[in-house]
Structure formats: C-alpha cells, structure tokens
Design a binder for this molecule. Structure first.
Ligand code: ADP
Ligand code: MG
Length: 388
C-alpha cells in the first residue's frame, strides 16, 4: 500500500493531537506542454496533471475555527469562521487557503470548523502550479465529498486566486488540477471550457527541469502582460469590433493591422496568436506520432516566449539551448509563467538518463545550482485518497 496517507495521518496527529474521522484529499500540480500565456486570452493550452500533488488531511474541530498547518512551511494559520467573509488578504500563503474558504462561503457552501494539514510534493513557486494544487486540495477537503460540478470547483478556486490572492491568472491551473487524466495530456479550450484528452506518443518522455530560481519580476510582469494583451485587444477592436479577446484574432488580422498596433502590444499579440496555432499543431502532430514536429513546436513556443512575450530569463534560455544541443532531445521550452521555474523537455526514453546527467552538469557548471528534474507522469485530477 502507498505509505503516503499513513504518514500524513501520523503527521496530522503529531501537530493537532489525536483525531478521528480523518479524510485525505489530493490535487495534482501540472506541467503545461504547450500553450503558454494563452489561458487568460481565452485560447488553448495543453497541460498534463502530474503525480506531484498537494495532499490535505482534514478532521472536524470542536470550536468555530478553521486551522491550517502547512507541513512544507511549518506554519499555521487560523481564522474564526465568522470572520472569513470580511477577511482581508495578508499577502502570504494563508491567502490561498482563506481565499478558497471565502469563495466557498460566497457560493453558499458552508465551511466547516476543521483542522487541516497540507503537504505538497509539488515544488513551490516553480511553475508547476503548487498554487492551484493547494487551492483545489483545500476546496475538496472543505467540501468533504459534498457534490459540486467539477467546472464549478475549478472556477471557484480560480476566483480565490484572482480575487483574494490578487493574481490575475487564467483557468488552466485549476482546470487541470480538477480534470487531470491518468496517462494523457488534456487540451483545454479556455473560452468554451471544454477539453479533449490527448494520448501522447509512447516513444517520448517528458521531463521538467527546475532552474531553482524565481526572479522577483515574475508576478508584476505577469500582471503587465495581462494588461498589455487587453490593450492590444482595444486597438484591434477599432477595426474588428467583434474581437473579444486575442483568441478571436488571426495572424492575417495582425498582419493587416501592422501600422496601427504599437510594436510592444503587436509582439505580445503575435505570441498569443501563434501560440494558439502551435497548440493545435502540437495536438495534430501528437495524433500522427510526428515526434520531430512536436519537438519543433516546443522550441518555437520557447522562442516566441523569449523574444515576443519576453517572459524568459537567462537560466531558462540556457536550459533550453543546452537541451536541444544534446542527443535524443526532440525539443524543450520554458513552462509556466516564466522568469524562472521549469523547462519541459521531450526526450527519447533511451536517452533520458544520459540527458539528465549531462544537463544537470552543464547547469551546475554555469550557475552553481543543481537543477531538480521531475519525470512527468500524467496523473488523475482531484480526488479523495481512500487507503488510510
Ligand atoms: P506555482 O503555482 O508555480 O508553484 P505560485 O507563485 O503561483 O507558484 O504559488 C506558490 C505559492 O503558493 C507559495 O508561495 C505559497 O504561498 C502557496 N503554496 C503552494 N503550496 C503550498 C504549501 N504546500 N504550503 C503553503 N503554501 C503553499
Ligand atoms: Mg501558481
């Protein structure tokens, strides 16, 4: 039996004291294979849920208080239930928890008095979405099996991040934490909120490599890009009033507007429009087992993020450039918001071990940091862990 739940139950009792009626819920992190910075532009993304996940252990509490202990941070937060609706963010990790509790209450799901323990194997702040994993795992624990539409759950957690944490993220991370599929990636249409399960060719392995850096610029640049995309849409709407988001824009439209769009919004829009095209092409290549084409699309995505969207950094570029110079590598690109975090690498299985050793050594030599490497095994979305 997987020892995880027992270890979690023991940790819970160590922290909160003896408890009965413990339940454990799990929500995964994700790696986005392609379709970056397209979700808040209502375009396409193609993540897979990982077997790295956030676990929450929950037990009822006798007082009217919600208490949460993060084993990763060794910190506890507690909030009287009655204070949750009027709570203000405190700009720390508790906002992810409180934001979810608040959205649950606002949506009419009562939040129980409870003790929660959180333990995540998703590297925190590395672009593999530890934030959506904690949001969705906490929401599932607080719901405790009460019925909710999966899409409602994803939207509710996104609102927590948008409205309480203050991060204007799109729907991708919460969506895949809910809808993840074992053994497959998921192509999401961020406008219709439909998805398609995409089996990946067996002859390729995906590996995420962590730069181990997170540049401060990241979250302000993210907000800035969201605003720049909205500004581009405003200009485009003067000629094409039907356009609601960059999702509605085509490359041909952009070309015809070359003298109206200022250079920076034009570059941002070009990234988003071509990235949506690349997601579709990637799915097609994946269906046909065209591994080389898939790899080329990953690299094209990286170049677009590097030069047009300008959200890469020296460490990410180094990892991508090094990866594609090594034998057995189809392609690589940064994944997640950028300015640090991880790359995703598509590698021939028989080269995977040598590849890991070589890239790790090169990165160490260049930056003095040992990159963590995570094999990406597509896993299921949120659920209760039953073997306790
Ligand atoms: P990413 O989602 O790429 O990991 P974010 O910056 O979006 O990075 O989210 C990271 C933040 O989420 C952390 O700084 C912390 O506030 C919160 N978080 C994630 N996992 C945990 C955890 N296990 N315990 C406490 N806080 C967590
Ligand atoms: Mg996040």
């Amino acid at each position: 039996m997987d020892g995880t739940p027992r270890f979690l139950a023991q940790s819970f009792e160590q922290h909160f004291g003896p408890a009965s009626a413990l339940r454990v819920f799990r929500a995964p992190g994700r790696v986005n294979l392609i379709g970056e910075h397209t979700d808040y532009n209502l375009g396409f993304v193609m993540p897979m849920a990982l077997d790295l996940a956030c676990f929450t252990v929950i037990a009822p509490a006798p007082d009217r208080v919600l208490r949460v202990y993060s084993m990763n941070l060794e910190q506890e937060g507690s909030w009287p239930l009655d204070a949750i609706p009027s709570a203000q963010p405190s700009r720390d990790w508790g906002d992810y928890v409180l934001g979810v509790a608040r959205e649950l209450q606002l949506a009419g799901y009562g939040v129980p008095a409870a003790n929660l323990l959180v333990w995540s194997t998703v590297p925190v702040g590395s672009g593999l979405s530890s934030s959506a994993a904690i949001e969705v795992a906490v929401a599932a624990a607080l719901l405790g099996g009460r019925s909710i539409e999966p899409l409602e759950l994803a939207k509710l957690c996104r609102r927590a991040e948008n409205n309480f944490v203050g991060m204007p993220c799109g729907i991708m991370d919460q969506y895949i934490a809910v809808f993840g599929r074992e053994g497959a990636a998921v192509k999401i249409d961020c406008r219709s909120l439909d998805h398609e399960v995409v089996k990946l060719p067996a002859q390729a392995e995906f590996l995420a490599i962590n730069t181990m850096v997170k540049h401060e610029l990241g979250s302000s640049a993210y907000r800035h890009r969201v605003a720049e995309c909205a500004a581009a849409v405003e200009v485009i709407r003067k000629t094409h009033p039907q356009v609601q988001s960059l999702r509605d824009v085509t490359s041909a439209m952009l070309a015809s507007l070359a003298d109206q769009l200022p250079p920076v919004p034009a570059k941002r829009a070009r990234h988003v429009v071509t990235e949506d095209e690349r997601v579709e092409a990637f799915v097609e290549a994946s269906r046909q087992g065209d591994l080389r084409r898939m790899g080329e699309l990953l690299v094209a995505s990286h170049r677009s993020l590097q030069h047009d969207y300008e959200v890469s950094c020296e460490e990410l570029d180094f990892l991508v450039d090094t990866a594609i110079s090594l034998p057995g590598v189809y392609g690589a690109r940064m994944t997640g918001g950028g300015f640090g975090g991880c790359t995703v690498n598509m590698v021939q299985p028989e080269h995977a071990l040598r590849f890991q050793a070589a890239i790790s050594e090169a990165y160490q030599k260049r930056f003095g940091l040992t990159p963590e490497i995570y094999p990406c095994r597509p896993s299921a979305g949120v659920g209760e862990v039953t073997a306790l």
